[in-house]
Design a protein around this ligand. Structure first.
Ligand SMILES: NC(=O)c1ccc[n+]([C@@H]2O[C@H](COP(=O)([O-])OP(=O)(O)OC[C@H]3O[C@@H](n4cnc5c(N)ncnc54)[C@H](O)[C@@H]3O)[C@@H](O)[C@H]2O)c1
Length: 400
């Protein structure tokens, strides 16, 4: 099932008909890490109402307190709070485990969680290092449960619409160019500030921008053959240090990607803006599709827009495709809600098109090659980049 088979309007109509919050929890989730995104998953789980939170583990007392506050004092709904990962994994009666911890912990937590054989939902990026991400793809091949990646941007309303136009309705003819950009405020505060350091986050392009490289890869429908990047740390956290260590993350950058099928793509990042603006533009022989999101870090609410600049198209001028408020405000502008629907569907044994480990790996390949290019100021040939790291099998076996 392709995530763009259902239009944003159809999704919105479905949501309008749902009685939310839902009240028929069929599954139980164990959540590892209840910081910002872990709590978003708790809220969305409770809104959708098809699963309940059976257990939590997080070593940070503040995160646990904030997570428990989301249950509004409903004692019967309160999850069990575990005091170690091992205890949570062995004792919790769960149908799926959601791993929502900092990037650098994903690999080792998956290593431990795999012993349960339960379905895993792993926040993006799956790992901070390319070789670990590749190892996780191999692990996934023999894993008894499924592993879903938290790349929910593909469920954002404006991108769903863009994919429908381009892939389903083929309004542009063959895709020739893809350009994506993100303008946003600096990284937010995190528990122990892991996102201010390349070592813990994997670098800005891996940590944040894997979402965008996933969308670009899906639009291009081909393997990236070369990547060039330029970027750096110009404005944010220049004087920031934590426990005596100086922040070293990039806050802006430009990336050019050439695909095997001739598609050319670009990505622009600027993290010293006041508000968030995301834009995806796809070009083809018949015209272009523009999908944009405006959202504020200062007040709630966002707008998703689509524009199909093709002769005679009904959406030639901008159309607002934002999801209904109840879902739009539940997290990442509604995308997380539909990501949870996909998780529930997978638990019911249905096929979905949420991100696979292979797709997560290709997003990290582009991101890490771009970071390598920024360092070396060279164009990175992906086949040799992978071969040099002992990952020739990735190029040969995974066709993206
Ligand atoms: N899909 C998205 O759009 C999206 C958005 C935000 C964050 N994320 C991802 O979610 C993950 C968490 O990000 P966040 O913003 O919630 O960070 P955060 O710092 O707000 O929360 C992380 C939590 O994990 C806990 N933690 C750390 N090590 C742990 C361990 N070994 N076991 C259990 N808990 C542990 C911390 O105490 C903290 O409470 C990251 O991988 C991040 O990239 C994804």
């Amino acid at each position: 099932m392709k995530f763009y088979l259902e239009s944003a309007a159809q999704r919105s109509a479905r949501v309008e008909e749902m009685a939310l919050p839902g009240t028929h929890p069929e599954f139980r989730f164990l959540i590892i890490g209840v910081g910002m995104i872990g709590r978003e998953h708790i809220q969305v789980t409770r809104l959708l109402g098809q699963a309940r939170i059976a257990g939590l583990y997080d070593p940070d007392e503040g995160s646990i307190a904030a997570a428990l506050a989301l249950f509004n004092g409903e004692v019967e709904a309160n999850p069990i709070v575990y005091n170690s990962l091992e205890k949570a994994l062995t004792d919790c009666d769960a149908d799926a485990i959601l791993i929502c911890t900092p990037n650098y912990t994903h690999y080792s937590i998956i290593e431990q969680a795999r012993k349960t054989n339960l379905p895993l939902f792993v926040e993006k990026p799956m790992a901070t290092k390319l070789d670990e991400a590749a190892e996780l793809v191999q692990l996934g091949r023999s894993y008894a449960g499924f592993i879903q990646l938290g790349m929910q941007y593909r469920f954002k309303s404006q991108y769903t619409e863009a994919f429908r136009e381009v892939k389903l309705l083929r309004s542009l003819g063959d895709v020739k160019t893809v350009s994506m950009s993100e303008y946003r405020p600096p990284f937010l505060d995190k528990v122990n500030q892991w996102n201010k350091f390349n070592e813990y986050s994997g670098g800005t392009l891996v940590e944040k921008c894997c979402h965008y490289f996933d969308l670009i890869n899906l639009m291009a429908e081909s393997r990236p053959v070369s990547v060039y990047g330029s970027g750096g740390q110009a404005v944010n956290f220049l004087d920031f240090s934590y426990e005596g260590r100086k922040s070293d993350i990039h806050d802006h950058g430009f990336v050019i990607i050439n695909y095997e099928n001739g598609v050319r793509a670009s990505f622009t990042l600027n993290m010293f803006s006041q508000e968030l603006y995301e834009e995806l533009i796809i070009g083809g022989p018949q015209g272009r599709v523009l999908a944009a999101e405006y959202s504020s870090f200062r007040h709630a609410g966002s707008r998703g827009l689509i524009k199909v600049e093709v002769e005679g198209h009904a959406d030639y001028d901008f159309r607002d495709v934002s999801y209904p408020k109840i879902v739009e405000r539940s997290g990442h502008h509604g995308a997380t809600f539909f990501e949870h629907e996909a998780l529930i569907a997978q638990l019911r044994g249905q096929e979905t098109d949420s991100a696979t480990l292979e797709q997560g790996l290709w997003a990290i390949i582009v991101a890490s090659a771009a970071q390598e290019s920024i360092e070396s100021q060279r164009l990175i040939d992906i086949e040799s980049y992978l071969a040099d790291r002992g990952l020739a099998w990735v190029w040969n076996e995974l066709k993206n």
